[in-house]
Design a protein around this ligand. Structure first.
Ligand code: NAD
Ligand code: UFG
Length: 351
């Protein structure tokens, strides 16, 4: 079993991945600045995995810190060496992810995402830790020429957030070329939704949510009156946009599979889509949510959102062939779990 440094481990995807990794027997060190998350999320991870405080000291160490803080990173590697249990691999979730904010504040996005990754990679290199999983995104593909999208499709992002992800992937490819000790997997996520079935952890966006499922949850609990559907003239069967929605626990299991694959082999540089291969329109998501929860979601048609893309669907074949992983959970299950999280935590992690 490995000891894994998880950057951004208190976030939406990081917490779910941490549960799967702990359940698989790995020990974790999390670094998170909590700029977009709460320490309570990691308390919940301990609760779900049955770690008491004593066990958690060995199996889930939490460091509050920024990945751009080189001294903080070095301390993590030094402490691990002193413990006699070095960091074998890093899963790098930490970063900023709002497309809208990235267009408004590109320098902040390049600093946190690109410079932050550079700092983390330098610390890894200096400490001879050269196994990395990176949170990449389907946003890299911009407006795809065809669907489903395979990993060989053109990389052509259409916003600053996507540009930072593309830049990091390039940086990783350069490192991999320069040094054959590196084992790297860039996992390109499609649309993560849902929550752990316990309802103890889930997506807790700061401020007004921008993504579809958190907004539907807000409408269902009455915090928002109506869902605005961004356009009904897209080239799809019902005119609303299609996305490949993947349950966050499926995504988490994809990380465990990628880690196993990297640790078993020598030098590797992988770029792998994590999606279901199935597309659902906005209206289908609304319908699935209503089936899963029994709640009616009032909606109105609105103009298309700036920068939206009509259809994105992953071709997940490579993940199945290379990692032996495929998504198992349905859209209805994702909606049900997202709703359980919402109703058990009306204000997210805020108590
Ligand atoms: P999130 O915001 O919930 O989690 C990111 C975590 O990183 C947060 O806990 C935040 O506090 C932390 N963080 C941010 N900047 C940091 C810094 N400088 N130092 C230390 N910690 C920092 O987001 P998420 O949805 O869990 O996404 C995780 C990763 O996956 C991100 O890199 C994101 O770009 C990528 N991704 C997310 C989606 C999605 O739809 N959620 C899709 C594709 C890719
Ligand atoms: N939508 C609405 N109304 C809303 C919100 C969303 O109709 O109030 C629609 C959007 O137009 C889109 C779909 O619901 O067609 C999904 O929208 P999201 O904002 O949930 O997701 P996106 O596909 O736009 O983007 C997400 C992440 C990006 C990431 C991308 C691919 O926000 O960061 O998936 O992984 F890059």
């Amino acid at each position: 079993m490995a000891r894994v440094l998880i950057s951004g481990g208190a976030g939406f995807i990081g917490t779910h991945a941490s549960i799967v990794l702990l359940e698989n027997g790995h020990d974790l060190v999390v670094i998170d600045s909590f700029v977009n998350s709460s320490p309570i999320a990691l308390q919940r991870v301990k609760e779900i995995t049955g770690l008491n405080e004593l066990k958690a000291q060995q199996r889930l160490k939490v460091v509050e810190g920024d990945i751009r803080d080189k001294a903080a990173l070095q301390k993590i590697f030094t402490d691990a060496n002193n413990d006699g249990k070095i960091i074998d691999a890093v899963i790098h979730f930490a970063g900023l992810k709002s497309v809208k904010d990235s267009i408004k504040s590109p320098l902040n996005y390049w600093d946190v995402n690109v410079n932050g990754s550079c700092c983390l990679l330098s610390a890894m290199q200096e400490n001879k830790c050269r196994t990395l999983i990176f949170s990449s995104s389907a946003t890299l593909y911009g407006k795809p020429k065809s669907v489903p999208i395979s990993e060989t499709a053109a990389i052509d992002p259409i916003n600053a957030y996507g540009n930072t992800k593309a830049a990091i992937e390039k940086m990783l490819a350069d490192i991999s070329t320069a040094d054959s000790d590196w084992r790297i997997a860039c996992l390109r996520y499609f649309n993560p939704i849902g929550a752990h079935a316990s309802g103890l952890i889930g997506e807790d966006p700061r401020g007004t949510p921008n993504n579809l499922l958190p907004i539907i949850n807000q409408v269902a609990i009455g915090h928002q009156k109506v869902l605005k559907i961004y356009g009904n003239k897209w080239p799809t069967k019902d005119g609303t946009c299609i996305r490949d929605y993947i349950h966050v626990m499926d995504l988490a299991e994809g990380h465990a599979a990628a880690l196993d694959s990297l640790l078993q082999k020598e030098h590797q540089f992988l770029t792998v889509n994590l999606g279901t291969g199935k597309g659902h329109s906005v209206l289908e998501v609304v319908n699935s949510f209503e089936i899963a929860t029994g709640k009616k979601i009032p909606f109105e048609l609105s103009t298309p959102r700036y920068g939206d893309v009509g259809i994105t669907i992953a071709d997940p074949t490579k993940a199945k062939n290379l990692l032996g992983w495929e998504a198992k959970r349905s859209l209805v299950e994702s909606c049900k779990d997202a709703w359980t999280w919402q109703t058990s935590n009306m204000n997210g992690y805020q108590q």
